[in-house]
Design a binder for this molecule. Structure first.
Ligand SMILES: Nc1nc2c(c(=O)[nH]1)N[C@H]1C(S)=C(S)[C@@H](COP(=O)(O)OP(=O)(O)OC[C@H]3O[C@@H](n4cnc5c(=O)[nH]c(N)nc54)[C@H](O)[C@@H]3O)O[C@H]1N2
Ligand SMILES: Nc1nc2c(c(=O)[nH]1)N[C@H]1C(S)=C(S)[C@@H](COP(=O)(O)OP(=O)(O)OC[C@H]3O[C@@H](n4cnc5c(=O)[nH]c(N)nc54)[C@H](O)[C@@H]3O)O[C@H]1N2
Ligand code: SF4
Ligand SMILES: [Mo]
Length: 749
């Protein structure tokens, strides 16, 4: 497949990008509005929840003072109302009555559920130590459960957004710049003159503020370069689309680095002043020529050269975007190191139109007794490994829950809040095996997702529209805070996370760690320390605080010490060298699909977030299943038509649990197939999305572990097609569940 330059960059982004963001409209006869911030993705846009005169929640709009959204929400944020109205919601605390996974529960009171958990946790602490309990949490409420876990004596608090998502980029950035990328990313897209997206599909991946800034940058003439085996929405807005052979990005990046050095396209003054290891880098990358890279990436040499020149022309207002979900092939930290090095050579770190220095509000902690010091952490299960991992590994805790000879710190209990681990961690068989070894699995969720089916105790949380949460203090160009408050009473017998954590702590004799009557007292105290109050925030929702730092960018010739071993931006990483890893990234090839198989790649759809929105009544109206993108050449070979259902089987003989409809399209390379993650639910209690589309997680059995930081590379699986469900083959997961759930309706709950 050749490379394609999309003629000119005259595409108007008034097209699909901006259209997707929703402008505020007035609600007739509106009665009240309350502030919130969105919980449908981590971007946490601040907004207003409107109720009509009868007190019914009608709509959510963006808060115009919020730089995360500038008053415009994405379709998922607007559709957030659907979370509240979803009649499949969890309604009552549940305790399991049959074997795990059978989904037989009895409804219990909150007291009974929390007493049960408290007794079990006390027993586990006495027998194994509190460190054998881990909290998996993704989302805002995790803050209070985290406090609970620390008070109990464990620091093993983890989110899948590290080892299954952005971990490699943070570790690469720390090694290079001594600082993190952060969330939202500190990319100065609004002023950039060249944005390079490598497997980052902004526009489908709806990072609200980034989408808006990218649209503005394009209007101002910025050049977009997209490297993606798929013609993504962003590729459609790009001057250069490089349809790379999947898994070969490091070859392209190292070649770009070589070209930029060899042609003197780097920022010489910046490199001399701020960086360490330039000579070693020059030497190491000199072997990576465009002709060499062509043979590996299938991108033509002149395309590689032209795109490198475009980056140079825009420098330093250029961003080689670090991406976000970057756990792909196991050498991810090294690939992201190459991305960081490119940015450093072009002088974009700390420069307008490159990467700015963000600022975060500093909110004081409500006073509480010091937490006990844990005697062990998850790291004890991995002696000598992953020293550079800057956060706890979810997959690491999962693996260390399966007893193994010589393993320290085998986990006995998981508290899982706001993460659907069954669909989120790769290798479902392993996740389910780990769960079978636990003494206690508590799941706190709003919906009966797959993970709840395996729980001993299910605690129903109310949705974000029915609760207060911690103040949002995410970093941005200036320090901002945002309040979330309830727009309605919790429906059914549901409760907020802060209440669950405080109540459970009380039952375990840890009440001193939650020394406030309720969260209003907690928030008001905290807000008053920074010159605001709960009353003020209820009125305005979002507040900008005084900046404590001067400037988003480096001043001309400014002296600065970076937080690395050498105090410089490390092109040669001493931290990686100390741990025995390549200090400068080296290209290593990856396995190709066997005959008749295609690489399985996946991504996002603008109207959904992972598996959490697939049952949302408002969002299923927009998209209710995923499709399998198949190149026409492949479709011809296999006689596949658009709309036809196929079952997929991977190279380990694992069959997809459900079929998926084919979409024949030129927009994907012939060596790969693509699907949106988050569909193919096998949880019958999700009545709207059960059995719709297929689950990529189902088919991800070959995990390529990143030796540097333990990230789980998830794009090493290849699939082939079956037009009919093959006899005698079963899905691994269905097998474990005794084949209880089939699309044909054989569900047994
Ligand atoms: N196969 C595959 N695996 C992936 C990915 C992929 O693309 N493909 N992506 C990876 C990435 S980038 C990430 S960040 C992770 C994301 O992983 P997760 O965060 O686990 O993703 P979701 O599937 O959205 O699960 C969120 C869970 O939170 C629940 N929930 C929603 N709102 C609330 C709430 O207010 N309170 C509580 N208590 N629960 C709530 C939802 O019902 C759902 O069960 O997945 C990773 N895993
Ligand atoms: N609408 C929506 N937006 C979201 C989310 C969501 O669930 N829904 N989730 C949020 C989260 S937590 C994250 S982490 C981000 C993830 O969003 P991104 O960081 O953009 O990452 P991916 O999901 O990995 O991107 C998938 C893209 O990578 C391409 N790709 C696959 N293999 C390769 C390869 O080998 N090389 C290259 N160059 N490209 C490849 C795919 O074709 C696809 O276009 O999205 C965030 N935004
Ligand atoms: S980007 Fe969309 S889903 Fe994410 S927080 Fe903002 S409005 Fe919500
Ligand atoms: Mo993510």
């Amino acid at each position: 497949m050749g490379s394609l330059a999309v003629a000119g960059s005259s595409f108007s982004l008034a097209g699909s990008f901006s259209e997707l963001l929703i402008n505020n409209t007035k609600l007739s006869g509106e009665a009240t509005r309350t502030p919130t911030y969105c919980e449908i993705c981590f971007w946490k846009c601040a907004g207003w929840v409107y109720k009509d005169e009868t007190g019914k929640i009608r709509k959510i709009t963006g808060n115009e003072d919020d730089p995360h959204c500038n008053g415009r929400l994405c379709p998922r944020g607007t559709g957030g109302v659907g979370m509240y109205y979803d009649d499949d919601r969890l309604r009552s605390p549940l305790i399991r009555t049959n074997v795990r996974g059978k989904q037989e529960f009895r409804e219990v009171s909150w007291d009974e559920a929390l007493d049960y958990i408290a007794d079990k946790l006390k027993k586990i602490a006495a027998e194994h130590g509190p460190e054998c309990t881990a909290l998996f949490t993704h989302g805002s409420g995790g803050k209070f459960l985290g406090q609970f876990l620390k008070a109990y004596g464990s620091n093993n608090i983890t989110a899948p957004s590290f080892a299954q998502c952005r971990g490699p980029r943070e570790v690469a950035w720390l090694a290079t710049f001594g600082d993190l990328v952060y969330s939202p990313e500190r990319t100065d897209i609004r002023d950039t003159r060249c944005l390079v997206l490598i497997g980052s599909h902004i526009g489908e991946n709806m990072h609200n503020g980034q989408v808006q800034e990218m649209s503005d940058a394009i209007d101002k003439g910025a050049v977009i370069i997209t490297v993606d085996p798929r013609f993504s929405t962003a590729a459609g807005k790009s001057k250069y689309w490089l349809p790379i052979k999947p898994s070969t990005d490091l070859a392209l990046l190292l070649t770009w680095i070589n070209l930029i050095i060899r042609n003197d396209w780097y920022d010489r003054e910046y490199v001399e002043k701020y960086t360490f290891g330039f000579e070693q880098l020059r030497e190491e990358v000199s072997k990576y020529t465009p002709e060499w890279a062509y043979g590996i990436t299938t991108i033509k040499p002149d395309m590689i050269i032209d795109s490198a020149k475009a980056m140079h022309d825009a420098s330093p207002a250029v961003i080689i975007h670090p991406g976000r979900h970057v756990t792909w092939y196991g050498d991810d930290t090294q690939r992201l190191r190459a991305v960081a090095i490119l940015n450093a050579l072009l002088g974009s770190w700390g420069r307008r139109g490159g990467f700015y220095f963000p600022e975060k509000a500093s909110l004081p902690e409500y006073p509480h007794p010091p937490f006990p010091k844990p005697r062990r952490t998850w790291r004890d299960a991995y002696p000598g490994q992953y020293a550079l991992a800057s956060e706890v590994l979810s997959s690491g805790i999962c693996d260390a829950s399966i007893p193994a000879v010589g393993r320290n710190c085998t986990f006995k209990a998981w508290i899982v809040n706001g993460t659907n681990l069954i669909e989120t961690l790769p290798n479902q068989q392993k996740t389910l095996e780990a769960i079978q070894h636990l003494d206690l699995l508590v799941v706190i969720d709003t919906m009966p997702m797959e993970i709840t089916g395996w729980a001993d105790v299910v605690l129903p949380e109310c949705t974000y529209l029915e609760r207060y949460d911690a103040i949002r203090d995410s970093p941005h160009r200036e320090p901002y805070i945002a309040l979330r408050m309830p727009a309605a009473e919790p429906a059914y017998n549901t409760r907020p996370d802060w209440w669950i954590a405080k109540k459970l702590a009380g039952k375990m004799g840890l009440g001193d760690y939650f020394p406030y009557d309720d969260i209003e007292e907690y928030l008001d105290w905290q807000l008053k320390q920074i010159g605001s109050s709960l009353d003020e925030m209820k009125r305005i929702g979002v507040k900008k605080l005084e900046s404590e730092f001067d400037g988003l960018y480096l001043r001309d010739g400014e002296d600065i010490t970076f937080n690395t071993n050498t105090g410089k931006i490390e092109l040669y990483s001493t931290a990686l060298a100390d741990e025995g890893f390549d200090p400068i990234p080296v290209y290593t090839p990856h396995e190709d699909p066997p005959e008749g198989f295609y690489r399985l790649i996946y991504g996002r759809a603008p109207a959904h977030t992972f598996s959490r929105t697939s049952n949302n009544p408002n969002l299923t109206d927009i998209m209710d299943e995923n499709h399998l993108w198949v190149n026409p050449k492949v479709a011809k070979l296999w006689d596949l038509k658009t709309g036809q259902e196929v079952w997929l089987e991977n190279q380990d003989g694992v069959l997809s649990q459900f079929s998926i409809k084919v979409r024949v399209t030129e927009r994907i390379r012939w060596d790969s197939v693509y699907m949106v993650h988050g569909f193919g639910h096998d949880q019958v209690r999700l009545r709207r999305c059960f059995g719709k589309g297929a689950s990529d997680t189902n088919l991800i059995t070959r995990v390529h572990l990143d030796p540097v930081m333990g990230g789980t590379g998830m794009r090493g699986n290849f699939v082939t097609f079956h037009a009919e469900k093959p006899d005698g083959k079963i899905n691994i997961k269905a097998g474990i569940m005794n084949g209880t759930q089939t699309k044909e309706g054989g569900a047994d709950i």
